[in-house]
Each structure stands twice: as C-alpha cells, then as structure tokens.
Write a protein that binds this ligand. Structure first.
Ligand SMILES: NC(=O)c1ccc[n+]([C@@H]2O[C@H](COP(=O)([O-])OP(=O)(O)OC[C@H]3O[C@@H](n4cnc5c(N)ncnc54)[C@H](OP(=O)(O)O)[C@@H]3O)[C@@H](O)[C@H]2O)c1
Length: 331
C-alpha cells in the first residue's frame, strides 16, 4: 500500500541546531549500518524507516559499505526511498560515507580524492539520489595528505553531490586540522561522527570541547554499545540478537558480552528502573543530556525498538546523585 507519512510527525521530536550551521537535526537519528542489507528482510527495513519518519526522525545515516554485503544497505534504501520517500525528499537529511574498504585495488579504500569522488558517485546510483545532504570521510587516513582528503570533500560540495560534509572517528588534533583546511577551502565542516556511549567515552577527552569551540555538530554512533546497554543480554544471549548473529562487518560477537560488562549493565539497569526508564532509554538520555550533542545515532533491528528508544526524549535530565552513581558503576 502507498505510504502516507503521519500528519503529526513533527509534534513530538526535538530538533537541535548542528553546530553553527543553519541545519537542524532530530535529537534522535537512525543509522542503517546493520539490519538493512541483502541478508535482512526488506519489509522489516521498510517498516522501520516508515515508523522512524512518522516519529519525526528526519535523518537517515548510511555508508558505502553498510550491508552486508557492502553496498546493499544503500541499494535497499534506494528501493524503499523510490517507493515511499521520494515525495518527502526535502524533509529528509540523508548521509553517506566513504573511508573503509569498498572495492578491490588501490582506489577503493581510505582517503584519496580518487576513492571519495568515485565512491559517492556509486552511492548516489545505489540510492537513486541526485545528491546527499551530508557526505563524510569515514575514518582518518594516515597515508593520504589531509589536504587531499579535505579538498575531495570540498570538490564534492562544489559539484553539487553533497550539501554538507563531515568527518568520522577523527581524534581531536587531526579533527582540528581538518576543520581549518575545510574552512580555508570555503566548505566548513558541518559535523563529526564519533563512537560514544557509557562504555566508550573517548570523546570526553578534548573532542567535545573542540567541536563546541569550532561550532561543529556532533552525532555519536553506537550509543547503546551495539545493544549491550539495554536489558537484552541480562540473562544470556538471545537468539536473533546482534551478538548471536555472526554478521561480521564490525558487529559485536558473543565474546563482547562479557561477565564484567553484564555486571555493570545490571547496576545501570537498576538505576534506569528507579528513573522510570528502560536501560536503552537511559543510555540514550545520558548522551542527550550534553547540549553539545546534536543528535544521537541509533540502530534498530525492529520497528518496536524505534518507539521504545524515542522514550529517552521524555527525560534526559540527571540529578548530580544519579550522575555520580553512573560514574561509580562505570569506573
Ligand atoms: N561512523 C562510523 O564509523 C560508524 C560505526 C558504526 C555505526 N555507525 C552509525 O551509527 C548507527 C548506530 O550504530 P549501532 O547500530 O551500533 O547503534 P546502537 O544503538 O548502539 O545499537 C543498535 C542495536 O541495539 C539494539 N537496540 C536498539 N534499540 C533497542 C531497544 N530500544 N531495546 C533493546 N535493544 C535495542 C539492537 O540490537 P539487536 O539487533 O540485537 O536487536 C540494535 O541493533 C549505525 O547504523 C551507523 O549509522 C557509524
């Protein structure tokens, strides 16, 4: 049946300004890293995307290599976009990235201009788009001059193939250099996409301060530590969960669901219950409490998880006592 977006979709979502830019992003955005590939069920992916958009999630995040197999998340997104979202194009912020290995030979990985320009052309074809809203360099490349990678981002914007550019997983010093080069080129960096969760707090050592000082937005990925920061693994590893699925491509496996992690998860779960939240909601709220965060980038395997996680917006304020307790649990 033809999809018609929910009329009330902008009533409950919060939209935050992305750094100093003119762009606002939903406080919760949806990533298509896992559960949208050819190994997954297309109708489930469609239902997730529809529900997300109906709930005010206007930002979908992709990358050239998402799947598996690589490229298939963009292809599936393209199919669903054509059927359901084409008429809503101007209400959507669609991002993609290049920087991890995508095709054989010396031009399908890292950060050369040759790779980034060709990769975005391929992504646009797979998704059936004329342009993406945000194009990212997916990870720093120690062997390509930063000037070349940044000038590729600048070129892509000048070609009209992306409106804005971002970087992902850059440490503060290299991010600062990238921002400076992009500024000089006249294409300011819109956003940084770092990994950030209660279990991985490297961004607190300088990156968040830098982003706020430079007016660059921040969209943390894997905020639930791929599902560890939920109540899912409290009593073992359920069938069908990410840790049980052997998906590869960076997905957590059974070994990462360690006794030490679950010990902390139990205590966090207790605190979440006392706050009247589920652990997943508290873990997302804990990230959104920082006003320097533009949007938190979630992944889901089923539509219900979208609805569930969005409840984090109901309470992302923490008392000092709660914050101290969290610090103790994570120490
Ligand atoms: N820039 C980068 O290098 C990079 C790297 C990784 C990810 N990302 C981006 O970040 C996005 C999110 O990453 P992620 O998928 O790792 O995020 P995540 O939110 O940490 O983990 C998602 C997983 O958590 C579980 N989950 C989600 N909501 C839940 C809920 N309400 N209750 C219980 N379980 C829940 C699901 O696991 P089950 O599947 O077990 O149900 C889901 O697949 C990606 O899609 C991608 O766009 C970027």
């Amino acid at each position: 049946m033809q999809y018609l977006a929910e009329a009330q979709r902008y009533q409950t979502m919060e939209y935050r300004r992305c750094g100093n830019s003119g762009l606002k992003l939903p406080a919760v955005s949806l990533g298509l890293w896992h559960n949208f590939g050819h190994i997954d069920v297309l109708e489930n992916a469609r239902n997730i995307l529809r529900l997300a958009f109906d709930s005010g999630i206007t930002h979908f995040d992709l990358a050239n290599n998402y799947g598996p197999p690589p490229g298939s998340a963009e292809e599936n997104f393209g199919t669903i976009y054509k059927d359901d979202f084409k008429c809503y194009r101007d209400e959507l912020i669609i991002s993609t990235k290049a920087g991890w290995g995508m095709w054989d030979g010396p031009y399908g990985d890292w950060g050369s201009k040759k790779y980034l320009v060709a990769s975005l052309d391929q992504s646009l074809k797979r998704m059936g788009l004329d342009y993406v809203d945000i194009f990212y360099h997916h990870r720093p490349d120690p062997d390509t001059p930063l000037e070349e990678t940044m000038s590729a981002l600048d070129l892509i914007v000048r070609q009209g193939k992306a409106l804005y550019v971002g970087i992902s997983s850059y440490q503060p010093a290299e991010a600062a250099k990238a921002f400076e080069i992009l500024k000089q080129l006249g294409t300011p960096c819109l956003i940084h996409q770092p990994k950030y969760s209660m279990f991985d707090r490297w961004v607190e050592n300088g990156l968040m301060d830098l982003l706020s000082e430079k007016g660059v937005g921040c969209i943390p990925f894997s905020p639930l530590s791929q599902g560890l920061l939920t109540n899912k693994y409290l009593n073992g590893i359920p069938e069908g969960s990410r840790a049980s699925s052997h998906r590869g491509n960076g997905a957590i496996d059974e070994e990462q669901v360690s006794k030490e992690k679950i010990y902390r998860v139990r205590q966090l779960n207790q605190l979440a219950e006392e706050r009247g939240q589920k652990l997943a909601q508290m873990a997302l709220a804990w990230i959104l409490k920082d006003p320097r965060v533009t949007s938190v980038l979630i992944g889901v395997s089923k539509p219900e998880q979208v609805t569930d996680s969005l409840q984090c917006l109901k309470n992302y304020h923490f008392t000092q006592e709660e914050l101290t307790r969290i610090e103790k649990i994570l120490a």
